[in-house]
Design a protein around this ligand. Structure first.
Ligand SMILES: Cc1cc2nc3c(=O)[nH]c(=O)nc-3n(C[C@H](O)[C@H](O)[C@H](O)COP(=O)(O)OP(=O)(O)OC[C@H]3O[C@@H](n4cnc5c(N)ncnc54)[C@H](O)[C@@H]3O)c2cc1C
Length: 313
């Protein structure tokens, strides 16, 4: 069987992937972008993005991604709807299996992103972007949440950070945690608990997000895990901060990762396999923003180009 051979394959079509495509396309490498199941990545699931530089009035997340794709395609990048099911990074050119079909590439840029953990509640899914969110930095300043009671779910560093950030906007921030002490680092826990606007709710889980019928968040029904007692807390927003899962399963055992599965870049965006680069949220457990993902995509694109130039003398 004849296997198609590519200069650069970019796995993922979010901010990191399309920015890597823009840079490699402008270097005449005709990159192939494999979109995965979510063309345009996570940003397509949000309405207005207010913190991407260059858009003083904000921009719709979907539109931003369409523009990014068009910009890269203008210079020769190509998109293929497909999901990478397996990779062989032990030989050059590298092997990929995309929806059952083989593909070969001299360089690969991994930009597969990270998914947030869900509570798994019906209302959570139905009220996403209607009061349920996974990113305080992204959504906290929206008018919907101003001077309203807000709920943050979680007990780690991210949950504390989200809660602290939200004290700027909400009237009160309930920090709902299933244990009787925060899991966060001491300093973060202290900062959160000494902030008068943050009210911890211990030993509690969210049993229901209200109110699907009204098509907006009006409160949460909490269950105390020790007593089983239930209570309702009124709020306008639920910020779920119970962790992220990087989409890196494919590379386990081959690429260096931390204990949570984030790929560990060496020297910028290189990985432990020469010719394989990484960009965006799948290698960033700290910032996870559109602009940082795009920045890393740019860096990975430049690195891939230099790698190929060196290989071909
Ligand atoms: C609701 C919401 C609102 C947000 N709002 C903002 C905001 O206002 N400002 C901001 O800066 N950030 C915001 N973010 C965060 C921002 O979306 C992410 O930081 C950014 O999308 C990360 O880009 P990425 O390219 O690394 O990954 P992603 O956007 O997650 O893209 C990953 C891509 O990889 C693909 N993929 C995964 N596995 C495979 C595979 N096996 N084969 C092929 N493709 C694969 C997916 O289909 C997808 O295209 C928000 C996030 C959410 C969820």
């Amino acid at each position: 069987m004849r296997v198609l051979m590519e200069n650069v394959v970019i796995i993922g079509s979010g901010c990191a992937g399309w920015t890597a495509a823009l840079y490699t396309a402008r270097a005449n490498l005709r990159p192939l972008v494999l979109t995965g199941k979510q063309p345009g990545g996570l940003l397509t699931t949000t309405t207005v993005v207010e913190n991407y530089p260059g858009f003083p009035e904000g921009i719709d997340g979907y539109e931003l991604m369409v523009r990014l794709q068009k910009q890269a395609e203008r210079f020769g990048a190509r998109a293929q709807f497909g999901t990478v099911e397996a990779v062989d990074l032990s030989r050059q050119p590298f092997g990929l299996t995309v929806d059952g079909e083989p593909l070969a590439a001299e360089a690969i840029i991994i930009a597969t992103g990270a998914s947030h953990r869900h509570l798994g509640l019906e209302g959570e899914h139905k009220l996403e972007n209607k009061g349920v969110t996974y990113c305080a930095t992204c959504d906290g300043a929206l008018p919907l949440f101003r001077n309203q009671p807000l709920v943050v779910v979680g007990g780690g560093d991210s949950a504390c950070e989200e809660a602290l950030y939200l004290t700027r906007f909400g009237s009160v921030v309930y920090l709902v945690h299933r244990r009787d002490a925060l899991r966060a680092s001491k300093i973060m826990a202290q900062r959160a608990l000494s902030q008068p606007k943050i009210k911890p709710v211990w030993d509690s889980v969210v049993a229901e997000i209200l109110d699907v019928k009204q098509d907006k968040v009006t409160g949460v029904r909490l269950r105390n895990v020790k007593t089983n007692a239930e209570s309702v807390v009124e709020c306008a927003g639920v910020f779920v901060a119970i962790g992220h899962v990087p989409n890196t399963e494919l590379f386990k055992g081959v690429l260096e990762m931390d204990e949570s599965g984030y790929i560990i870049p060496r020297k910028g965006t290189a990985t432990n396999v020469p010719g394989v680069f990484v960009a965006g949220d799948c290698a960033d457990r700290v910032y996870r923003q559109a602009v940082t993902a795009a920045g890393l995509g740019c860096a990975a694109g430049i690195e891939a180009e230099r790698y190929l130039a060196a290989r071909h003398g």
